[in-house]
Design a protein around this ligand. Structure first.
Ligand code: PLP
Length: 404
């Protein structure tokens, strides 16, 4: 049995979980950790320079996503953005005695959406969780039919973090906008459309006008920016209740002294991600196709999620291997200096099978025999070759152990 020599350099295949900070991003941030440390709310020059860095960043982010600066709220990451979007809408309706708000989400959302909605259900909201097909796609007609007179929020992720499925956000945005015109005539509450786009920048178009979203969550840590940074796009006219109260920063929506360096870094990262998007997506699609074509030659390996390029993030490969536990495989690959994931980074500590893989119709055993390989800037054909070379022998070894 041939197992290739342990790779000298780390072969990192978990870009969907974390990305290294781009050196250009670090350079842009550095002054704000040093001499430009002022509080943006302070009125002397040092504070004013920090304020202008924040507002310049807001303008840049707005331009990059086709929004107005007033529509960008800086947060501490994707989870906070999703929470602000979801609780921000629901909290306006929950105190009403005679009205029960209804929320629609999909079965494959990130925990940053699932958990707030689960909490809102406990607090009295009605919730519809839309099923997905074997590729992880929702049925748009099914979504249309799920809308009720009391629906106030629909949250559909742009691209799935585990299997890379891209949802038809622009199509959904259009019909929600049409539905809202009719609802206004009938004096029904407007349906607010949120999309968790944390996996999208750098790979997909995140122009909010084209997408037709009212709220959109983005974070820095998936785009070679700093962790705990992000923003929520809030379309003008959409009113949210804040999660955090205090000094009234971010137009009262997110109190607390601004993370100036983080905001500057997030903005630089977003600019680079969008600038490199087309070239990098094309490069990754080629690697992905190469990966897919070679994978099918390994016995007992099947692809999770869509084949078609336009339905799948170009950096995502997710496979299940018959008779092998994903976690054990991950640990054996780690010993070879290859980092892959067994799914959502946020769910790895739980013994539960991935809710995304169960939602696309896999049984528990299949779900637990899956690994995710997510590529990024440093990924090369040579690294894929190494993994493909190591995989059959590692799989064979694990299969002979027969414990799974
Ligand atoms: C990473 C991720 C999040 C959470 O973002 P944090 O910045 O880690 O809070 C939410 N949704 C998706 C799709 C993600 O990939």
């Amino acid at each position: 049995m041939f197992i290739p020599k342990k790779s000298k350099q780390l072969i990192y295949f978990d870009y969907a979980a974390a990305t290294p900070l781009d050196p250009a991003v670090l350079s842009a941030m550095r002054p704000y950790y040093g001499e430009e440390f002022g509080n943006p709310s302070a009125l002397y020059q040092l504070g004013a320079r920090a304020r202008s860095a924040v507002e310049r960043s807001r303008k840049t982010v707005a331009n990059l996503i086709g929004a107005r600066p007033s529509e960008v709220v800086f947060t501490a990451g994707g989870t906070e953005s999703c929470n602000l979007a979801i609780f921000g809408i629901a909290a306006k309706y929950l105190p009403l005695k005679k009205f029960k708000p209804h929320i629609i989400i999909t079965a494959v959302e990130h925990h940053a959406v699932l958990m707030p909605v689960e909490e809102l259900k406990r607090q009295g909201c009605q919730v519809t969780v839309l099923p997905v097909d074997q590729n992880g796609l929702i049925d748009v007609t099914g979504l249309q039919k799920a809308i009720r007179p009391n629906t106030v929020l629909i949250s559909v992720m742009y691209a799935n973090n585990e299997i890379g499925t891209i949802q038809p956000i622009a199509v959904i945005g259009k019909f929600i906008a049409r539905a809202n015109i009719e609802r206004a005539k009938k004096k029904l509450p407007q349906v607010v459309f949120h999309s968790d786009a944390c996996q999208a920048p750098g790979l997909l178009d995140i122009n909010v006008q084209k997408l037709g979203v009212d709220l959109m969550s983005v974070n820095g840590s998936k785009i070679y920016g700093p962790k705990q940074t992000g923003f929520l796009f809030v379309r003008d006219g959409v009113n949210l209740k804040p999660l955090i109260y205090g000094g009234g920063q971010e137009k009262d929506l997110r109190s607390g002294t601004e993370n100036v360096a983080g905001i500057v870094g997030l903005t630089k990262a977003l600019k680079l991600a969008i600038g490199n998007r087309e070239v990098e997506s094309r490069r990754l699609v080629k690697l992905q196709n190469y990966f897919f074509s070679r994978l099918t030659k390994i016995k007992g390996v099947a692809l999770n999620g869509p084949i078609a390029g336009f339905q799948r993030l170009p950096n995502n490969v997710n496979i299940r291997i018959k008779g092998v536990e994903g976690e054990a495989l991950m640990l054996y690959l780690d010993a070879q200096n290859v980092a892959v994931s067994t799914g959502s980074a946020c769910a790895t500590s739980s013994a539960e099978a991935s809710h995304v893989l169960l939602a696309i119709g896999l049984d528990k055993k299949q779900a637990k025999s899956s690994i995710r390989i997510s590529m990024g800037k440093s990924s090369t054909k040579g690294q894929i070759d190494y993994l493909l070379e190591a995989l059959p022998s590692v799989v064979k070894k694990l299969r002979t152990m027969k414990y799974f």
